[in-house]
Design a protein. Structure first.
Ligand code: SF4
Ligand code: SF4
Lengths: 716, 300
């Protein structure tokens, strides 16, 4: 840690400042001046991933640690639980109930682990052994630390725990194997194991990142319940500012291996004093904002940990950096309210001028698209999908394959996209949105229904015509790692579509440079290979490639979900700007409803291969009528602690049903919160008749829902 | 503003990490002792095979009527054979052929395997079934029986035909492996992207799929070199291989083995060279596999 905060005075200050409401109780877990470095090997330089991090949590307290990838947030907690690989060098001190954990040997540490301190990981599958039943694994966790418990008692306790974390019919389900569980269920099992021994601290490392929003809402509920049950302190590590807003008591923001701002949730969210935190908050698209304002992108990338700038690590990206920032790393100092500290030399100024994110970050307005003034009916149709269906046969048997069922991946989908319009297609994983994309992009004849691109029907085109249509429809994929051929130079990648469509050599050169410029990359970088770029830059290259042929329709398959929030904002702004400048239409597929609200004009919500609600963004977000849309919207945590605390979440029950065996009638009825409160008579309609997608609300012309009992009253 | 947002951010951070795939690979390879030793031996053998005959005072067909079956002397470094021909010269010529055959056969094998595997894996469906049926057929047919049947036709066709024949006996396993890789690669988003921009299937296979398994193919080709040399030796030993007047290490061993005890120099020199050659090639192949296979990387 830097010299200033290392002094005794600062030390005292820190402890004093962080004292909880009940004052005297000592912290359960206390981490001080933690430093973790990984020595370099063969050709790569050593990396200091964590550079002086201090925190403490008390009983019953929830601490949020927020940061982007590479900020050291996970490493610091892995260090606390002693799970770092042997070659990592850890300095500082980690105390559990005042007892030093650093330097303990593996055996002692293993005893502590799970007993006093336990961990929930992002990927629940890696934490479970595939060959044992979940019940056995939970019982095992119980017995490891209490060997005197009998086998039967341990099993009884396991069932209790599984019930506690909300596994329905735990008595029976405990005999299942991990692979028979869905991701959300597995995460519940992991939580059950984590709380099996009444730990004092539970460290959760991005516990909901891999899950869908409705499942995330369930898991957060479970975590809250688990905390109530055990009274443990929870350290919640995440990149999602929404998740922590309503859940935690205190937040710590990490950047480049250090804490840059810490304080109570309200202080950090409403009285932000550090430009990085401001940027982070401003770069999240908001579900609760009506008018579109451009997001705040933080330019550049996090510094490489091998080659840290001497001053404030954020200085190269900070819009209000001054010369003094480069002089030395600013210490984490008290600003404003008790316990609120920020590592920025201009924090005082920010406070006295009460600057907000929009003052600190200059953001230009995005030009408005002239096409959007024209009423929708008068614009040309770019894409029309009519009754599209895609059914996969479900095969069983190794030697003689026989068909045992049908997966209804996409089942009767109809929508259209007009010129200059963005349609957001949202839904949880498994709802068929990706299958829909692939069906549209293949330009083959669909199994059922029609797909019409720019007035040309797929499957009725000659090869030549099809090739020509390809020009007008291009795609940007989710994963910037795998969407660019690692063997090719950037120039080759962007030139490929041009070559394929027969551009002249010199034309290709100038066009590639033009495209690089268009997506905000340096033209001289075209000779590099994709691996040399960061995720956000690679996504820009993907966009440049997609734009090469001047398409009319761009299909975006979760284009930002693999990026860090601050980078994501830049890409979203770029997409908006390109759309306005080039008059593009987008089909934007995403699971993140806040991103969709920000970028889309119209939204279609999918559930199990069907659209359950479609309409313009304003109507759907202000007044969702389908119970599923409501639940989805309600499940998304807002990065606003005040609102988050006041909100009533609708937590959907259970998982997505098996798409090979969808429920009769309305497919959503097994999880529908409305169905649950209907009278038995009313329910029969849901069970027997499939609700069709049609206008249900007076006054909202462009909104249709597929629900017999769609909400027609105004409020959310 | 967003357009220029990342302009300056083309950092050098990644550049240090990946300084060109091939150059870092080369560095890694040269740091592996096995590869260096193997390569050195192979280069030495190649130099010996081509330069050796020029240094030798005797010609290939020349007979020394003063020395039949003479043990190694200053005149005949490896001794002489039954008819007074210089064993050193013959061995070097045989070594040349063996190396050539090994390299060409491995090349053909890899090309056949890559094409068959990639097309089967890419198109699946009928193409796949047909190609895999052929592959399986080749796998189950008894090779020596086929050779015995084909032998009368092939015996006078020269060594290139023989090389093709070797390749036909060896490509199947690699083809199956390539097919598996192709099936996984074709789901990659960059392949999809190419497809959706209208790139033809053949081009996708050649430009995206095969280059992305090049490391596998290189390793496999290296290993095939040694298998081809051994297979050639075995066939020549049984008389199905290279026909006189051409010689290879295999035919020399076959000839020498009959009198290995009485006149060991006619047998041991060619056998020794064969073993050294195959070992060296395997060393390189192993090293390559370790360097290219991400799973075998261990942090030290
Ligand atoms: S110290 Fe300077 S560079 Fe760092 S955040 Fe504050 S103003 Fe920006
Ligand atoms: S039709 Fe019935 S079950 Fe389906 S969403 Fe509406 S209320 Fe729920």
């Amino acid at each position: 840690m830097s010299a200033t905060s290392g002094t005794a005075a600062a030390e005292q200050e820190q402890t004093g400042a962080a004292r909880g409401p009940d004052g005297v109780e000592p912290p359960v877990l206390e981490v001080r001046d933690l430093e973790v470095s990984f020595p370099g090997g063969r050709g790569n330089a050593g990396v200091t991933a964590v550079r002086g991090v201090s925190y403490e949590v008390r009983r019953g307290e929830i601490l949020g640690i927020v940061g982007e990838s590479g900020s050291g947030k996970s490493v610091s907690s892995l260090a606390a639980i002693g799970l770092l690989p042997d070659y990592a060098q850890v300095k500082g001190s980690i105390r559990l109930h005042g007892e030093e954990l650093l330097g303990l040997d593996d055996r002692t540490m293993a005893r502590k682990r799970g007993h006093a301190i336990s961990m929930v990981f992002q990927d629940p599958l890696s934490g479970l052994t595939p060959v044992y039943t979940v019940g056995d694994q939970v019982a095992e966790a119980v017995r490891v630390h209490n060997p005197q418990i009998s086998r039967a008692a341990a099993h009884k306790r396991a069932v209790e725990l599984l019930t506690l974390v909300g596994i329905p019919d735990a008595e029976r389900r405990q005999r299942s194997f991990p692979h028979e569980f869905s991701g959300g269920m597995r995460q519940r099992v992991m939580i059950a194991i984590a709380i099996a021994n009444d730990p004092d601290v539970i460290i959760c490392d991005e516990p909901t990142t891999a899950l869908d929003v409705t499942i995330q809402a369930q898991i957060l509920e479970v975590l809250k319940a688990a905390q109530r049950e055990t009274g443990a302190a929870i350290v919640m590590i995440t990149h999602d500012l929404g998740v922590v807003a309503g859940l935690v008591d205190r937040v710590q923001v990490m950047y480049a291996g250090r804490l840059v701002e810490t304080g109570t949730v309200d202080d950090v969210y409403y009285r932000t004093r550090m430009p990085y935190t401001m940027g982070l908050l401003g770069s999240v698209p908001r579900l609760d904002q009506d008018e579109k304002s451009p997001l705040i992108p933080i330019k550049g990338n996090p510094p490489s940990l091998t080659d840290m700038p001497p001053g404030c690590p954020f200085a190269p990206r900070c819009p209000i950096a001054v010369e003094a920032c480069d002089a030395g790393e600013p210490p984490l100092e008290q600003v404003g309210g008790e316990g609120h500290r920020a590592a920025c030399i201009r924090a005082g100024e920010i406070e006295s001028n009460s600057w907000t994110a929009h003052d600190v970050y200059p953001v230009s307005e995005i030009a408005h698209d002239p096409v959007s003034q024209v009423p929708r009916e008068d614009r040309g149709t770019v894409l029309r999908v009519e009754g599209l269906a895609k059914h996969h046969p479900l095969m069983r048997g190794a030697l003689f394959k026989r068909r045992v069922g049908t997966v209804y991946a996409v089942d009767g989908l109809s929508f259209d996209i007009r010129e200059g319009e963005t349609l957001g297609l949202v839904g949880e994983s498994g709802c068929g949105k990706s299958s829909t994309l692939m069906e549209i992009l293949s330009l083959d004849k669909p199994q059922q229904g029609t797909v019409e691109v720019l007035g040309k029907e797929s499957g009725r085109l000659s090869n030549r015509e099809r090739f020509d249509v390809r020009r007008d429809v291009q795609v940007v994929f989710q994963d910037p790692m795998s969407s660019l051929d690692p063997r090719m130079r950037v120039f080759e990648i962007i030139a490929e579509p041009l070559r394929t469509h027969g551009y002249a050599k010199d034309r290709i050169r100038s066009r590639v440079l033009e495209l690089m410029e268009l997506v905000g990359l340096d033209g001289s970088a075209v000779t590099r290979s994709p691996a040399e770029f960061s995720g956000g830059q690679r996504q820009r290259i993907g966009i440049a490639r997609a734009l090469a042929l001047e398409p009319k329709l761009l299909v975006l398959d979760e284009p930002v979900s693999a990026l860090d929030v601050s980078i994501q904002a830049g890409v979203i702004n770029l997409l908006e700007e390109l759309k306005a400048r080039l008059g593009l239409s987008y089909l934007f597929v995403a699971h993140d409803l806040s991103v969709v609200r920000h970028i889309a004009d119209r939204v279609a919500v999918m559930y199990l291969g069907k659209i359950v609600e479609i309409g313009d963004v304003q109507s759907i977000y202000r007044r969702p009528t389908h119970p599923y849309t409501k639940a989805l919207l309600s499940a998304i945590p807002l990065p606003d602690p005040e609102k988050e605390r006041r909100r009533e979440h609708i937590v959907l029950q259970g998982d997505l049903p098996n798409p090979a065996d969808p429920p009769s009638g309305c497919r959503f009825r097994t999880r529908c919160q409305k169905f649950a409160v209907l009278s038995e008579d009313d329910r029969s309609a849901c069970r027997e008749r499939e609700p069709e997608l049609r206008h249900r609300v007076e006054g909202a012309a462009d909104q249709a829902a597929a629900c017999h009992y769609a909400d027609t009253e105004g409020s959310r | 503003m967003s357009l220029s947002a990342e302009r300056e951010a083309t950092t050098s951070e990644a550049a240090a990490e990946i300084s060109g795939r091939w150059s870092s690979l080369a560095k890694e390879l040269l740091a592996t002792r096995r590869v260096v030793i193997g390569l050195a031996i192979i280069l030495g053998l190649i130099a010996m095979a081509w330069i050796g005959p020029m240094l030798s005072p005797w010609g290939f067909d020349e007979r020394d009527f003063t020395a039949f079956r003479s043990p190694p002397t200053a005149d005949h470094w490896f001794g002489t054979g039954n008819t007074g021909r210089d064993v050193f010269h013959m061995t070097m010529v045989g070594l040349q052929k063996s190396i050539l055959i090994g390299l060409c056969a491995a090349l053909f094998t890899t090309v056949i395997a890559a094409l068959v595997g990639a097309f089967a894996g890419y198109y699946l469906g009928f193409t796949d079934r047909a190609l895999m049926w052929v592959t399986d057929l080749f796998l189950v047919l008894p090779q020596f029986l086929i050779l015995a049947i084909l032998y009368p036709v092939l015996r006078d066709q020269g060594w290139l035909v023989f090389v093709l024949l070797l390749a036909c006996l060896m490509w199947m396993v690699t083809a199956k492996m390539v097919r598996g890789m192709t099936i996984s690669l074709k789901e990659r988003e960059y392949v999809l992207a190419a497809r959706y921009m209208g790139v033809s299937h053949g081009r996708i296979i050649l430009r995206h799929i095969l280059p992305n398994m090049s490391s596998l193919l290189i390793v496999d080709a290296t290993i095939n070199v040694s298998s081809a040399i051994i297979l050639e030796t075995a066939l020549s030993y049984f008389g199905f291989g290279i026909q006189p007047p051409d010689v290879t290490l295999g035919s020399l061993i076959a000839e020498g083995s009959r009198q290995a005890l009485a006149f060991p120099w006619t047998f041991w020199f060619c056998t020794g060279l064969l073993i050294v050659l195959v070992l060296a090639v395997n060393l390189v192949g192993d090293g390559l596999r370790d360097a290219l296979d991400p799973h075998s990387k261990s942090r030290t």
